[in-house]
Design a binder for this molecule. Structure first.
Ligand SMILES: Cc1ncc(COP(=O)(O)O)c(C=O)c1O
Length: 458
């Protein structure tokens, strides 16, 4: 079984071993918009390398000295094959551009699946490390300033009164499920409801709430008392009742195809949860923190949850998860009922403070809305696109050919995208993406979809 899916399904039509120059179409791998830095200036590859070399501590950190071919051949021997990855080794990133060991530049519209909101090389992590360098870890036995500061930022900018820090999205979801059960108190009220198309993570509780049979089947039996309802159906909300501890929902579903939950349905959901005493939990792990053009995706509906999970962009690429809770939803929490060794550490929280402040900027959010419109309008006019969905810079293009084929063809154009379901391609550029990069992305996407269509006809 070893490595067959990985190599064959993702191998691009061009020769992967020499990607230093051009793609088959003759497209220059460098983004035509240049490599935008945060200040809007452009950097050449040479200056980028020089800049990193200055901060590197060992000679082997220099991209030109990384033995990429031998490392890639070793990858399949030493890494569990849970991901199907192409044979490329990324060594450097700046803004919306990733550079591979052989010097090819890729326009990155995945942002590490909605993690790198401020682009590669934003400096946020470096500043965080520098600011707490004498205090990397002290455990949750004691207080440190960054965790309190980050919780304060989150609380003062949201519906919430309290925050718990974890290390990933799935862990944040687990904590939210536990909080809902703790709030319910009574063993009869233990059901967690989620919705068709939901993705909440891969740990056992989060997986039980996820609606993707393919990733659940090998691990059954999963925790019981999890059930899914159709998303968008007002009648189905009648299923929420005295046995329901919590209702978990993504205001915009990411993995299953950028499906926006209608505002009136979210309002009805809020009402039903309040009537029945179930906690409403918004999973904003992918759609939160400015991605949709408002700080929180749920703002567009006017509805506030009792609990909310965050993760991906919150610490600019460092692992973090968070659950935000109202006082009412967390009233039964006592010392020892939940915890985490690494959660809320000084470095990640200091990075989080800068992310939350920057993601809250009205200017940035207005730009996310504007650029999202530019991207969606351009995609709407693209042959082979049957529907464009999403809000802000969380965009899905439904295609007439399988999404995986389009993503592979885009990769051949040095353009990184990620599928969301069978026929939707997801666009998650950094929130600081430039107009030039959007234009270039649409150009490469058009080529990719055309090639995927040609491939499907053959
Ligand atoms: C909406 C949503 N919830 C939860 C998760 C799980 O997060 P993690 O992969 O950090 O565990 C994801 C990850 O893609 C997600 O998109």
């Amino acid at each position: 079984m070893k490595d067959t899916i990985t190599k064959e399904s993702l191998k691009p039509s061009t020769e992967r071993s020499n990607r230093s120059g051009r793609t088959t179409s003759g497209t220059e791998p460098t983004t035509s918009a240049g490599t935008a830095t945060e200040t809007g200036a452009t950097q050449t590859r040479a200056t980028q390398t020089r800049t990193t070399s200055q901060s590197r501590t060992t000679a082997t950190d220099d991209p030109s000295e990384i033995p990429s071919a031998s490392l890639l051949s070793r990858a399949d021997e030493v890494l569990l094959p849970v991901y199907a990855r192409p044979d490329v080794l990324f060594v450097w990133g700046q803004g919306s551009t990733l550079t591979s060991a052989d010097g090819a530049e890729y326009l990155d519209f995945t942002s590490g699946i909605a993690v790198n909101a401020f682009g590669h090389g934003s400096g946020i992590v470096e500043r965080a490390v520098a600011s707490v360098s004498g205090l990397i870890h002290v455990s949750n036995l004691y207080h440190t300033a960054p965790a309190i500061e980050l919780a304060d930022e989150l609380v003062s900018r949201s519906f919430a009164d309290k925050v718990f820090f974890a290390n990933s999205g799935a862990e944040a979801v687990e904590a939210a499920i536990k909080l809902a059960r703790l709030h319910a108190g009574n063993k009869e009220r233990r059901e967690i409801l989620s919705f068709e198309g939901a993705f909440h993570g891969r740990t056992f509780g989060a997986l039980a709430a996820t609606d993707k049979e393919q990733i659940k089947a090998p691990f059954r039996p999963l925790p019981e008392a999890f059930r899914r309802l159709p998303m968008g159906s007002i009648e189905a909300l009648e299923e929420i009742g005295p046995r329901t501890a919590g209702v978990l929902v993504e205001p915009i579903q990411g993995e299953s195809g950028i499906r926006v939950a209608p505002a009136e349905w979210l309002q009805a959901l809020r009402k039903r949860c309040t009537e029945t005493g179930a906690l409403l939990i918004f999973d904003e792990i992918q759609c939160g923190l400015g991605r949709t053009g408002t700080l929180w995706a749920h703002e567009a509906s006017g509805v506030e949850p009792d609990l909310m999970t965050l993760a991906k962009p919150l610490a600019a690429g460092l692992p973090i998860g968070a659950v935000l809770a109202t006082d009412r939803a967390s009233k039964h929490v006592t010392p020892g009922c939940h915890g985490s060794t690494f959660g809320g550490g000084p470095v990640v929280c200091r990075a989080g403070v800068e992310v939350v402040r920057r993601a809250s900027s009205p200017e940035l959010l207005a730009e996310v809305r504007r650029k999202g419109m530019v991207l969606r309008d351009a995609l709407r006019g693209t042959p082979g696109v049957t529907e464009v969905r999403g809000r802000g810079l969380m965009v899905g293009a439904r295609c007439s050919v399988p999404a995986a084929a389009v993503v592979r063809a885009a990769f051949d154009q040095n353009f990184l995208l990620v599928p969301a379901g069978d026929d939707v391609v997801r666009f998650l550029p950094p929130l600081v993406v430039t107009d030039g990069e959007i234009e270039e992305a649409v150009r490469r996407f058009r080529n990719a979809i055309e090639r995927a269509e040609q491939g499907a006809e053959q």
